[in-house]
Design a protein around this ligand. Structure first.
Ligand SMILES: [Mn+2]
Length: 385
């Protein structure tokens, strides 16, 4: 029985093999969270497995550059054209930016797992199980799960058991980090990946295991590793976790792992402060349908984690945003059975952009529309959706 494949995944693998063979330039452009970073790392390794290399790995800083492909990045990369420009864990919503990349002479391939809300961007290949014409039965893969399928497709018989296992280690961490449902293929990826992790050859993961548990995996080491890798920042499109995961020096890895663990501790403190403030505000309007709170001092990258915690505790749709000069950007978390993307579709007259999944998404809104947006959401959820 031939297993059904994600739409376009064979085409994508074929195009990557051709690029390696012809020595074309390859750019990987990934999201700055662990799902995006691990996708970039394993795809780079698969390309190396073919005897090729990538020219650039780029990660946008969500805080300063915004989520997705952005014009600042394209400006900086344009001298690299022509090149194969592969996006990972983002891109499906970047219609204008993909047009711009095409004009610059890039050939854009999108590998994403987010919902397609608008027309498809004009990339020459799109791999996204959630795009409209994809019949792949399982829609819950994290992006790194798709990247893993792509790596297997690229390498075919050339994939050794140990290489496959080491891909699965990162695929497991990225899948857990992205909080997709741990069922079907996700469950298999996590099980196999975590089994392999115990004896990992990856210097970065070895470093974490040595720091946290004398080389062994303990129950609480996994969440620590995941949140440390997730708390890395992208500066000038270079991401710290990417540097760590691609370093081959154990000593260097230990140093970087320490830095990230400390950073994560600091971040947890900041999250606690924001949580306290949000809960204080909730207590003033305990009967509200939704939680909709923002502040100029809150870091945008902390909006997601804060929204998650509040959503779990209060079981309401939660919108947490950072207020900037003229616009606000935020993250959304929703209890099961409600759909944040549908809600925002209903209220999109007040939005600049939005996107994501039913349970976790993001938005950008002009400050003068904040109140109307909030009211529209309230009305939507009041209708019992
Ligand atoms: Mn993702």
């Amino acid at each position: 029985m031939t297993r059904q494949k994600i739409k376009n995944i064979e085409k994508a693998a074929e195009r990557i093999r051709k690029a390696v063979k012809n020595n074309e330039r390859i750019i990987l452009y990934g999201d700055s969270d662990l799902d995006g970073i691990s996708s970039v790392v394993i795809l780079e390794e698969a390309i190396k497995g073919l005897g090729g290399h990538i020219d650039v790995a780029y990660f946008p800083d969500r805080e300063n550059d915004g989520y997705g492909i952005n014009l600042k990045a394209l400006e900086r990369l344009k001298d690299q054209a022509p090149a194969l420009f592969i996006t990972l864990d983002l891109g499906i919503g970047n219609l204008e930016e993909v047009d711009m990349a095409n004009k610059m002479g890039f050939e854009v391939m999108i590998v994403d797992h987010h919902e397609q809300l608008f027309d498809a961007p004009k990339a020459f290949i799109i791999v996204d199980p959630k795009q409209k014409e994809d019949g792949y039965p399982f829609k819950g893969l994290a992006n790194v799960g798709i990247a893993f399928n792509l790596c297997e497709e690229i390498l075919g018989d050339k994939i050794s058991k140990s290489l496959r296992n080491s891909f699965l280690e990162l695929a497991a961490l990225g899948t857990i980090a992205d909080m997709v449902p741990q069922v079907e293929q996700n469950q298999k990826i996590i099980e196999e990946g975590l089994r392999s992790l115990k004896n990992t050859f990856r210097p970065a993961l070895r470093a974490f295991l040595e720091i946290l548990g004398g080389g062994k995996v303990f129950e609480d080491s996994l969440p620590k590793i995941i949140s440390a890798l997730n708390s890395a920042e992208s500066v000038n499109f270079i991401n710290e976790s990417y540097l760590l995961l691609t370093s081959s020096s154990v000593e260097e890895c230990k140093e970087m792992a320490h830095t990230l663990l400390n950073k994560n501790q600091f971040k947890q403190g900041q999250i606690k402060n924001i949580l306290q403030e949000v809960e204080r505000r909730i207590s003033q309007a305990p009967d509200a349908q939704i939680v909709f709170e923002g502040d100029p001092s809150w870091k945008l990258t902390l909006a997601g984690p804060v929204a998650s915690i509040i959503c779990n505790k209060y079981e309401k749709p939660v919108f947490i945003y950072k207020r900037l000069d003229s616009e606000s950007c935020g993250s959304v978390r929703n209890p099961k059975g409600t759909n944040s993307v549908d809600a925002m579709k209903e209220c999109d007259a007040f939005l600049v952009t939005y996107g994501g999944h039913a349970q976790a998404s993001g938005f950008r809104v002009k400050n003068h529309d904040l109140d109307r947006f909030k009211k529209c959401l309230n009305d939507y959820f009041k209708k019992g959706k």
